[in-house]
Design a protein around this ligand. Sequence first.
Ligand SMILES: [Zn+2]
Length: 413
Amino acid sequence: MKKYYVLLLLAACCVRCSEKKPVDRMNDEQLHALANDLAQKFIITDGHVDLPYWLKDRNFVPNKETLDTMVHANKANMDFVRAKKGGLDAPFMSIYIPSEYQKQTDYGKSLVDSLVNTVEAIANGLPDEFALAKTPAEVEANTKNGKISLPMGMENGAPIGMDLKNVKYFYDRGIRYITLTHSKNNQIGDSSGDTAKWNGLSPFGKEVVKEMNRVGIMVDISHVADSTFYQVMKLTNVPCIASHSSCRHFAPTVRRDMTDDMIRKLGENKGVICVNFFTGFIDSTVANYMSQSRKEIEGLLKEKKLTFKDSMGQKLASNYRKEHPMPTVDIARVADHIDHIKNLIGIDHVAFGSDFDGVDNMLPQDLTDVSMYPNLIYTLLKRGYSEEDIEKICYKNVWRVWNKVEEVAHAAQ
Ligand SMILES: [Zn+2]
């Protein structure tokens, strides 16, 4: 009798083994099918999607008609239908505060409120499609109900102003990470896009990092100057994220990308780098094209006494770009960044941080909107990434940091 059961078990096991063909023996079609399955099976989170500001730029006012575009828009990189197709479950909505708002009397705080209101209006107006999420557990519950979660991160800490109480205020509004600076220095510290003012964090910025640890908001080191990054690493008592950064190894002139040494440091911190897809950050040919073409267009405008604001000036710039098309970048380049981080510090520290809707569609081929995460998963499978590796990249690495930050904050309170 016992023998009979053993035979049955063996037979069942063999059926399962033969169903699950090893990845290296799969043909292209089978690999694509597996990539699609994994995208649907695993939660996918993306560290940075700029949809709220993209909507603001287009004077979005939530009503029946405009909300409908959130389900199937044609121009944004993200809408419900394409997110579902791509398996995207939890895109962090970027609450982006451009540097010029730092000069306003409220340092951009009212813009934060207005962008958060927009995200809330989408979730409330389309309750079958979207939902807010303030913890990984809430994302998981939403995903089970077929909804796309809209967690939020604030890009630029300037709206904290000079009042530490605002950190808790933003937490209460649902903000779960704050990018300390955008591309200009602010009262918190130095940005990679500016000349040094504080040589890292300001004295107030050091208090902000501690307060974010205390309240339970993830510290996002994308955009900051190297000096700011190293000081954050010394100061923080929890892991940090880079919500949308890439490796300077592949684009040495891009100061907002991370050096190998910074990547190693973030690994020691047990943090995670969400890799940016913007072609200007991930490939030096595009980075060089951008700086070279800007110089040449500015020269031509000067010669003709025009500016970017004149319609003639805009025409000149667009003609230049037609005559000198931007180099294209293959999706493999994004996988190169993931490989590079994995080789430096291991699979536990890398994730997706597309920057969709914030980069004027300068995106790699086959990775031009939220329906295309399976193409990237396919590329990773081809390079030998296991399902377990891919699960970590899709969400587990970010979840580890997010849960840890919440846990430490709750324990301290
Ligand atoms: Zn950014």
